[in-house]
Write a protein that binds this ligand. Structure first.
Ligand code: FES
Length: 95
C-alpha cells in the first residue's frame, strides 16, 4: 500500500509505500530533502507533520525529543506514512 506525501517546501507530491521511509521516497523521487545520518541520530531531516499520520522507527532522543514529537515534529528518515501526509522540512529553515 502506498500513500501520497506532499512536501510543502517544494510542492512535490510523491508516492511512499507504508513500509518505506519518507526521506527515502523523497530522495528516490529526486527531491533535495535535507538529511545526514538517515538513521535517526542527527536531526538534519527534522520536519513538521502538517497533515496525516506516520509511524516512527526507533530514533535517538537527541535527534527528536519527546516534547518535539508531541508538537508534531518527525524525523523523515524514520517516518513511515500511515495515511496521505503533508510534511515540511525544517533543517534548512522554512521556505
Ligand atoms: S537524517 Fe539524521 S536523523 Fe534523519
Amino acid at each position: 500500500m502506498a500513500f501520497q506525501v506532499t512536501i510543502a517546501n517544494t510542492g512535490a507530491t510523491i508516492a511512499c509505500a507504508a513500509d518505506q521511509r519518507i526521506l527515502h521516497a523523497a530522495v528516490g523521487a529526486g527531491v533535495d530533502y535535507p538529511y545526514g545520518c538517515a538513521t535517526g541520530n542527527c536531526a538534519a531531516c527534522i520536519s513538521e507533520l502538517r497533515v496525516g499520520a506516520v509511524s516512527m522507527l526507533p530514533y535517538s532522543d537527541n535527534a527528536l525529543s519527546e516534547a518535539q514529537r508531541a508538537e508534531g515534529k518527525i524525523l523523515a528518515c524514520r517516518a513511515q506514512p500511515r495515511s496521505d501526509v503533508e510534511v515540511v522540512w525544517l533543517g534548512r529553515g522554512r521556505k
